[in-house]
Design a binder for this molecule. Structure first.
Ligand code: FAD
Length: 439
């Protein structure tokens, strides 16, 4: 399904409750009360759709990219929160028990005990969830602990809002809207079951093991895994996978990494991993033979179907991982288009897989521009960082306008390079990026 159709489907789901409310034919109330009800209905629909957006479904993230999907997820969570916060305060109707002469609730807001308690609980829990996610990095919570709390919290909010809607909601009393909420809640629960039960069960049947681990640069490791009795992973160069090394497939201990090898290399997969937190710092202790579970492939940093007279790869630090995969595949296919690789690091000992860079230079004639901000005295490459003037100096000429630009690296570098490329006239559709951090 094309991205535009996905967006249309999303909008249809989120605004369907408004349509069903109008179709219910209930007599209208004062404008503020209808706005309050509308805010609540749309907030709940957004909330339930969030489960599908964060569920790693390739039909969604494969079209627009996982980082864009997660950004939408975060933005929409804030939107749902804003609507949910204003929802109770917009009402102007008096708050009371049902009046015998007001069966359609025209003149009062009627909350029986359950409808009120569930609404208040959800009202308190939803901001806590969003604030915990925004401030996650500042709290000393393990990522996996946060993820567990986030999943359970989101499910609790969805359940509470469902009860609140069907107990206290004016429009959700109607069968159609009740069915709509039940169906969407069912899909949300199903998406959790797929990610946390079905996929792990499938992973058990297609296991992997570590075949090699070696240090390839300062605090950077190459992890190679091999399939256990199956034909490996059908992936495209530039994609990534979540891997779980040495844990049960049902564990939350899994991390996303770009596949550094290219499909042409065969069944083994290589990953280039920089030490950052608990898992990545434990790589020196991982032994060959350790069991691995894999969820993938994911990602849209791929070259298939993208026409361009040349391709530039711009990488900072470990952002080089998917570039090796893409360039390796181009070299294997003897792709005749010119390629330029700009690779930035702080120091020379951070340059990963120098032998592979030399091979790409030699065999595929890739122009490799190495940039170091803290170079050794005998450094013959470029000095400084990958910033806007450097991009203009390298790609400012007219002949690069129609090239494809593939970017991966620290967020600040990506933002600067992307802005400069657009500034020199490269079309947005010709710039592909992969972000290693979703926040
Ligand atoms: C699409 C993608 C591709 C990536 N490719 C590479 C790569 O090729 N090489 C590389 O070195 N790093 C890559 N990363 C970053 C890598 O995933 C993190 O550095 C790693 O997960 C950190 O794990 P940790 O346990 O060591 O640290 P932690 O302290 O547990 O995590 C540090 C940060 O990593 C991120 N992270 C951790 N676990 C997950 C998870 N399950 N899902 C999403 N984000 C998570 C979070 O932002 C977290 O705050 C990639 C990230 C993404 C999203």
């Amino acid at each position: 399904m094309p991205a535009i159709a996905l967006i249309g489907l999303y909008l249809a789901v989120v605004f369907a409750p408004l349509g069903l409310a109008v179709a219910s034919g209930r007599p209208p109330r004062p404008m503020m009360d209808e706005l309050a009800a509308g805010a609540g209905l749309v907030a709940f629909a957004i909330l339930l759709a969030e489960f599908l957006l964060s569920g790693r479904f390739r039909a969604i993230s494969g079209r627009v990219g996982m980082d864009v999907t997660m950004r939408f997820h975060q933005l929409l969570a804030r939107t749902a929160l804003a609507l949910a916060v204003v929802h109770p305060f917009l009402y102007t109707l008096p708050f009371n028990h049902p009046l015998p002469y007001d069966p359609t609730r025209q003149l009062t807001l009627t909350f029986e005990g359950e409808g009120l308690v569930t609404g208040v609980l959800a009202f308190l829990l939803l901001p806590s969830l969003v604030i915990l996610s925004i401030g996650r990095d500042k709290l000393s919570l393990r990522y996996e602990t946060w993820r567990l709390l986030h999943g359970i919290g989101a499910l609790a909010v969805a359940g509470l809002v469902y009860l609140h809607a069907v107990e206290a909601g004016r429009y959700s009393q109607d069968a159609m809207l009740r069915w709509f909420w039940s169906g969407l809640l069912g899909l949300a629960v199903l998406s959790l079951l797929v990610v946390y039960v079905v996929k792990p069960l499938l992973q058990l049947r297609r296991g992997w093991h570590v075949s090699a681990v070696r240090q390839v640069a300062e605090r950077t490791w190459e992890l190679t895994i091999a399939p256990d009795g199956h034909d490996g992973l059908a992936y495209r160069a530039g994609q990534f996978a979540w891997i779980n090394v040495g844990h049960s497939p049902f564990s939350l201990d899994e991390n996303p990494f770009s596949i550094c090898s290219s499909p042409a290399e065969g069944r083994e997969l290589r990953f280039l991993i920089k030490e950052l937190g608990d898992f990545t710092r434990s790589l020196s202790r991982v032994r060959p033979g350790t069991r691995v579970h894999l969820d993938g492939p994911h990602g849209h940093l791929t070259l298939e179907g993208r026409a361009a007279p040349g391709i530039a790869f711009i990488a900072g630090g470990v952002g080089i991982a998917p570039m090796f995969s893409l360039l390796g595949q181009l070299a294997h296919e003897k792709d005749p288009r010119p390629t330029v690789l700009v690779y930035g690091n702080r120091a020379a000992d951070q340059i990963a897989l120098g032998d592979e860079l030399a091979r790409l230079r030699r065999v595929h004639k890739t122009k490799v521009v190495q940039v170091l901000s803290d170079p050794p005295p005998d450094w013959s490459g470029e000095t400084g960082i990958i910033d806007a003037p450097r991009i203009r100096a390298l790609f400012g000429e007219e002949k690069y306008r129609d090239w494809l630009f593939v970017l991966c690296g620290p967020p600040a570098m990506l933002d600067t390079v992307e802005a400069m490329l657009l500034d020199i006239g490269v079309a947005p559709g010709q710039v592909l990026t992969e972000r290693f951090h979703y926040d």
